[in-house]
Design a protein around this ligand. Structure first.
Ligand code: ZN
Length: 482
């Protein structure tokens, strides 16, 4: 890659020779740039013109036109030579860099890449939208605006707002701040419940365990906790369930509408309690209520965990050094074996909950959880392209040609997470199911493709299933959708 980089740098150095303002190029400092040469020539022609005009006006002896022309001709030739030299330098650098690129990427993909795939306006537009989407997903806002302007793509404030929200919440999570994620999950509680998603509980569980481990979470107001006299604490701890209920409702309402950066009452309430255990208890009473019917066993386990943890007054010294590292490992030996999984980093560590949030957020807003461009490049550059090129070479050697553009000549194995829908391959013909040749289920429950079925049933429409072998009729078969 260094060779490519070097030749590109050379090219960039030569390029200013073509333009004016060529201060950056060393070569252009000693030799005039193309612009300078042309400007100089124009000035010289103008001067010659002025000389002729003034001599005509003053009616003195006119200069010999032949001499003037010869002089001008010499000037033009000098300028032309200088310009050609600059262009030659640039083209030499250009061809050198393309050679370096060719050397770096020696596989010719012309044979497998079908340029016509991207020649239609529709396809080009789709490609541009995928690139734009990728830039916005990655938060490259300024690049995305520039790209949209050049590709004449419409900007969608709604989509952008979604990506901004996704970015902000994810960034907060990576800092150990789960409040924006919790606030979103609370808003979407009904929807998350229909999906049987454990996101909201998982977020509160992480908060609970981290508080229990003595972490001082972002948003908890230590100043309030320190000023708090003991009497108030006792009062708070002995508050009736009804009062806590009321507190919980108002806290929910506050974080529902409020800015997540302000101190939400729930965390302030949690930090009113003195020790880590008391704070966690208060947090759990406050937030686990909506999950009693779905996560009761786990809530019981979480509260029991508190009984085994050493109690201490959390201070920044006990807390995490950075928000992204919560020291729970040292607590593991203090709790019985059965409770140790609760201190697992996957449950506790805020940044590790980010993929779970992303999944639900993207599903809720109907956006793909991974950028389509990344997936395309990952699958293609991750081995598919190489395999196809090899197979094509082998096929050519044997005199076969891979002609079908919409079908791959071989199977490309993909990791599970990159399989988005199932495909059907007929067990008899080994062909992949298509719209024209769909999978069909026989009366016995076995599935074959339509072409195989038609071949088997040739004649009277009656045939034996090649698997069981129950006899069935062609008109009994029904289409299966994968
Ligand atoms: Zn069968």
């Amino acid at each position: 890659m260094e060779a490519v980089q070097k030749s590109l740098e050379q090219l960039a150095k030569r390029a200013p020779g073509l333009h004016s303002n060529s201060v950056s190029a060393k070569a252009a400092a000693t030799q005039p740039s193309v612009h300078d040469s042309i400007d100089k020539l124009i000035a010289q022609v103008e001067a010659a013109k002025a000389t002729i005009a003034s001599s005509a006006a003053s009616s003195s002896s006119p200069p010999n036109p032949a001499v003037l022309l010869a002089e001008l001709k010499a000037l033009v030739e000098t300028a032309q030579k200088s310009i050609l030299d600059r262009q030659k330098e640039f083209h030499a650098a250009l061809s050198k860099s393309t050679k370096a690129l060719d050397k770096k990427f020696p596989i010719p993909i012309d044979g497998v890449a079908d340029p016509s795939l991207f020649s239609s306006t529709e396809a080009q537009n789709a490609l541009e939208r995928v690139i734009f989407n990728h830039l916005q997903r990655n938060g490259d806002w300024s690049t995305s605006y520039k790209f949209a302007a050049e590709a004449k793509l419409p900007l969608s404030p709604q989509t952008e707002a979604l990506y901004v929200q996704l970015h902000n919440v994810a960034a907060a999570m990576s800092r150990g701040d789960l409040r924006p994620a919790i606030s979103w999950a609370e808003q979407e509680r009904a929807w998350l419940q229909t999906r049987k998603s454990g996101l909201e509980f998982a977020l509160h569980r992480s908060q609970f365990i981290r508080i229990a481990a003595g972490a001082i979470l972002p948003g908890s107001d230590e100043a309030i906790a320190n000023r708090d006299p003991d009497g108030e604490n006792v009062e708070m701890m002995s508050a009736s369930i009804d009062q806590l209920n009321a507190g919980s409702t108002s806290a929910n309402a506050a974080s529902f509408h409020g800015d997540a950066r302000t101190v939400t009452p729930d965390l302030a309430l949690a930090s009113l309690a003195n020790t880590n255990v008391e704070r966690a208890l208060a947090y759990g009473r406050e937030h686990f209520k909506p999950f009693r019917s779905t996560h009761l066993t786990e809530i019981q386990r979480l509260f029991t965990l508190l009984a085994y943890l050493p109690a201490f007054i959390p201070a920044p010294a006990y807390g995490p050094e950075g928000f992204d590292s919560v020291p729970v490992e040292h607590l593991i030996p203090t709790v019985p074996l059965v409770y140790r999984p609760l201190l697992d980093a996957n449950l506790v560590h805020a940044p590790l909950l980010e993929p779970m949030f992303r999944l639900e957020f993207c599903a809720r807003n109907k956006i793909a959880k991974d950028a389509p461009l990344s997936i395309g490049v990952e699958v293609g550059a991750g081995g598919a392209l190489n395999k196809i090129i090899k197979v094509k070479a082998v096929m050519k050697e044997r005199g076969n040609e891979w002609s079908q553009a919409d079908e791959l000549p071989i199977e490309i194995p993909l990791p599970q997470r990159l399989r988005f829908h199932s495909i059907f391959a007929c067990p008899v013909s080994k062909e992949q199911g298509t719209e024209q040749n769909p999978p069909m289920m026989l009366a016995c429950g076995h599935v074959l493709c339509l072409e195989t079925l038609t071949k088997l049933a040739k004649g009277n429409g009656r045939f034996k299933c090649p698997y069981c072998p129950t006899e069935s009729y062609l008109n009994q078969a029904i289409r299966v959708y994968f």
